[in-house]
Write a protein that binds this ligand. Structure first.
Ligand code: FAD
Length: 317
């Protein structure tokens, strides 16, 4: 079922989760162990992230280094099929521009369509760790809006091969990312929002946000979106803080602010267990307030912390 249908049919606030594919070498059972504790909440869907390859330098026997491309977390398409099959829950693959040509993307979309997966979250992706800025692959999409055009094209039976006439129409419901605290590359929030609106005008059917720890930032973002005529559902992305290192890692990687009250409370903790307790309480409070505000869905980034998320959801159901 499409995300938009889940939301339209909902009688209460929905719950959904995001997982990462297991590291290469692990089996699908590591993912099931991660998800099993969360299934009692009957999530409406589960998002699965997509990861580009990374360039690594491996030392050879003669002491020289060899440059190799390594994909540490492949398997998004297969995992989505496994989730659907194992739990009978909708799976939402993320698809990204970075590291993929448009032809490779087309093939992945064909696989997803054959598997009966009718949702995608359309993203640009980030630059590889050792590169300063994002560069599209030769023959790849540059921005999320270009990838979105490819998806909506296939929904209209348009494939890259011009010889294909009357191509089968896919039926993807596409979501896009939104940033309550602005995307870090955008010069200002206004321009970032204008570009986000372009994605909605181009056919995206909902927005899923970057994590945030201050609900006021989300409320302000929703207001700005509504004021500029964006009417699609806006789904808040939520993550618990669970250790002190995240106080610097999350702002650096995700470009989000941590409110003073939360950072003070985490700094006072003596152990990671104490931090988890503070992070859980904060996320419970955030979730309760967002529910009251009327968000359609509470979407949790589980990122290796399914038990924390379980504690949180238990307290808000
Ligand atoms: P875009 O919408 O393309 O925007 C990127 C930047 O370009 C913005 O600053 C925007 O303002 C600017 N821009 C847009 N259009 C133009 C234009 N025409 N000209 C000039 N500038 C323009 N990454 C992964 O690799 N895998 C994942 O699974 C993944 N999942 C995510 C899930 C969510 C909910 C979120 C919020 C992010 C996720 N990311 C993921 C990270 C995401 O790929 C990065 O944040 C990336 O830097 C931007 O992606 P986007 O889709 O927002 O890009």
């Amino acid at each position: 079922m499409k995300i938009t249908e889940h939301i339209a049919n909902a009688k209460d606030t929905l719950i959904s989760f995001e997982v990462l594919p297991p590291l290469k070498g692990k089996t699908i059972h590591s993912l099931y162990e991660h998800l099993d504790p969360l299934m009692e909440f009957q999530p409406s869907w589960i998002n699965v992230t997509y990861h580009r390859s990374e360039t690594m330098f491996k030392k050879k026997l003669d002491g020289s280094f060899e440059k190799v491309e390594v994909r540490k977390r492949p398997g998004t398409v297969g995992i989505c099929a496994a989730i659907k099959n194992h739990y009978s829950v909708d799976a939402v693959p993320h698809i990204i521009c970075g590291g993929f040509t448009r032809r490779e993307t087309e093939d992945a979309l064909i696989d997803l369509d054959f598997l009966g997966i009718d949702n995608v979250l359309v993203l640009r992706g980030d630059a590889p760790k050792n590169e300063a800025s994002f560069e599209a692959e030769k023959g790849g999409n540059h921005y999320a809006i270009d990838l979105l055009a490819q998806v909506t094209g296939m929904n209209n039976g348009i494939y890259l091969d011009e010889d294909i006439k009357n191509g089968g129409k896919t039926n993807f419901c596409a979501g896009v990312a939104g940033y309550p605290e602005k995307h870090f590359e955008a010069p200002n929030l206004e321009l970032d929002l204008e570009r986000m609106k372009q994605k909605i005008d181009a056919g995206a059917e909902y927005i899923m946000t970057q994590m945030f720890f201050d609900n006021e930032k989300f409320y302000a973002f929703v207001k700005l979106c509504r004021d500029m005529g964006i009417t699609v559902p806006i789904i808040p992305g939520l993550k618990p803080l669970t250790n002190k290192k995240q106080l610097s890692i999350l702002p650096r990687i995700f470009h989000v602010d941590i409110p003073t009250e939360l950072s003070n409370a985490i700094n006072k903790c003596k152990t990671d267990t104490d931090c988890e307790k503070v992070g859980t309480e904060w996320l419970v409070q955030q979730s309760k307030e967002l529910k009251k505000f009327g968000v359609p869905v509470l979407h949790y980034y589980t990122l290796g912390k399914p038990k924390v998320i379980r504690d949180v959801v238990h307290q808000i159901m």
